[in-house]
Write a protein that binds this ligand. Structure first.
Ligand SMILES: Cc1ncc(COP(=O)(O)O)c(C=O)c1O
Length: 470
């Protein structure tokens, strides 16, 4: 058997095993019931039993649960462990930093590593993005970006996209439009000056365009729609100060927009004096085969939000803007008007620095591009083998998805199959997650270090699942 990290799945019990089940029952006695998805509720809603497994340790592409079952993780735990779980350089950086300084005073007495991370971020982001505000979650980075745009333009509103996911804090939730139920209980408390428009999805064209509509036509339809909104008679749009977009929608289903779309948004923002915000929280740090996804098109936003993989597992994020946009905040007069207790936590900064160094030294963006093309080709073979089940292979780099349909003609989302496949794979030791607005996409955002044997094992299970599941 290969070393833990490069091992194939090895299951000793049913999934989830008895220890996982007992611990999840225990958790239910002390955790808010809305947090961890339990078997009974999910089964009621979806017909698929998915009581969680409880993780105990992880390394490389492997995770072990409390029952001693070993899995291959093809989620990177929400696209965080891109370099693999527990990468040696990240662990060592964390240990060293633990011995030196765990906590400093972010905006009052910053640590040396925070200053170093700020400098390195400015180096790896496309110019002229140089000035950052650090945060602790994707949501907080998005909120820092929204506040910056409001301060810069004097306009507190934003334009965002259906299917977009930007986090669930009150500010971020105002622009998140992934699922209506996330917003419904809080609608009256969300920023009223937000407009949502369709994302240019070439598999599910907006505005009633036919399935055969070309990517260019879909792109232009969305861009024209945005212009019309901004230039139309005085409406809520007059208070819009920013456009926020994921260069590839992540939780929305690994949906890449047509070429030229990001450039089109750049032009609109320039024409209207709007701040362009790219949410690269999912796509950043090598995931799509470039350090940042916007590099593929050579389009630079005014603010870029990063998080997830940035901290190598430590909660760390940033909104990185141009000097001009960030200067709108003006000099701190001693009482920072945007900060938090743990801003620039030294442990996180040390781990973030190790992530950047490893990503660059080991040339992961190029490698991810190469591996991603290879995996995509294999998924395309599945799409040809199961044309009535797989509507489209989605995504780029190692941010991929299989969009599942009830039939190719109607393209009706096949949520049931996606959930059943997720469960089927897990029972055979492969962890995947559903994505997409209806949960219809089988999402793959694996650690970059998944071995060939692990991939082959997964493909065999996927084939079996697609062949046998209803
Ligand atoms: C693109 C994007 N933005 C923001 C977020 C929110 O990040 P967090 O959950 O760390 O607040 C996510 C999380 O999935 C995301 O995918």
């Amino acid at each position: 058997m290969n070393a833990f990290g490069e091992a194939l799945p090895h299951l000793k019990t049913e999934v989830p095993g008895p220890k996982s089940r007992a611990k999840i029952d225990d958790l239910a006695r002390s955790e808010c019931p809305a947090v961890t998805a339990r078997r009974a509720r999910r089964e009621e809603e979806t017909g698929v039993a998915q009581d969680p497994i409880v993780w105990k340790r992880a390394r490389g592409a492997n995770v072990e649960d409390v029952d001693g079952n070993i899995y291959v993780d093809l989620t990177s735990a929400f696209a965080v462990a891109g370099l693999g779980h527990g990468h040696r350089r990240i662990r060592e950086a964390a240990k060293q930093q633990c011995d030196a300084l765990i906590h400093a005073m972010g905006d009052v007495y910053p640590s040396d590593v925070k200053i170093e991370l700020s400098r390195r971020l400015a180096q790896i982001t496309p110019p002229p993005l140089t000035h950052s505000i650090l945060g602790l979650s994707g949501s907080s980075a998005v909120e820092a970006a929204l506040k910056t745009a409001a301060v810069h333009t004097g306009r507190p509103g934003a334009l965002a996209f259906w299917g977009g996911y930007h986090g669930l804090g009150y500010g971020a939730l105002g622009i998140t439009a992934y699922r209506e139920e996330f917003r419904r209980p809080f609608l009256t408390q969300l920023n009223p000056a937000v407009e949502h428009v369709p994302f240019p999805d070439t598999f599910r064209p907006p505005f009633g365009l036919p399935h055969e509509a070309t990517p260019d036509r879909i792109r232009d339809a969305v861009l024209t729609h945005i212009r019309q909104k901004l230039e139309g008679p005085a409406t809520a749009c007059e208070s819009i100060g920013a456009i926020v977009v994921e260069p590839i929608q992540g939780r929305g289903g690994e949906v890449a927009p047509p070429e030229g779309f990001l450039a089109g948004l750049r032009q609109i923002c320039d024409d209207h004096g709007l701040v362009l915000i790219f949410d690269e929280i999912y796509t950043g740090f090598g995931r799509t085969g470039a350090i940042f996804a916007c590099e593929h098109e050579g389009v630079v936003p005014d603010i870029m939000c990063v998080g997830k993989a940035m901290g190598g597992g430590f909660p760390l994020s940033a909104a990185i803007g141009t000097e001009e946009v960030m200067a709108s905040w003006q000099l701190s007069s001693g009482e920072a008007i945007h900060t938090s207790t743990f801003l620039g936590n030294p442990l996180g900064c040390a781990m973030g620095l190790a992530v950047i160094d490893t990503l660059v030294d080991e040339e992961w963006p190029t490698r991810v591009d190469r591996i991603g093309r290879r995996i995509r080709k294999r998924l395309e073979v599945f799409a040809r083998r199961y044309p009535e089940r797989i509507g489209r292979v989605r995504g780029r780099g190692l941010m991929l998805g299989l969009e599942l349909v009830k039939d190719q003609e109607s393209r009706t989302p096949n949520t049931e199959l996606s959930l059943a496949l997720t469960d089927y794979c897990r029972r055979r030791g492969y962890l995947v997650l559903p994505s997409g607005r209806w949960g219809q996409t089988l999402a793959l955002s694996p650690p970059f270090v998944v071995t060939d044997a692990q991939w082959e094992g997964f493909f065999a299970v996927l084939d079996e699942g697609l062949k046998t599941l209803n």
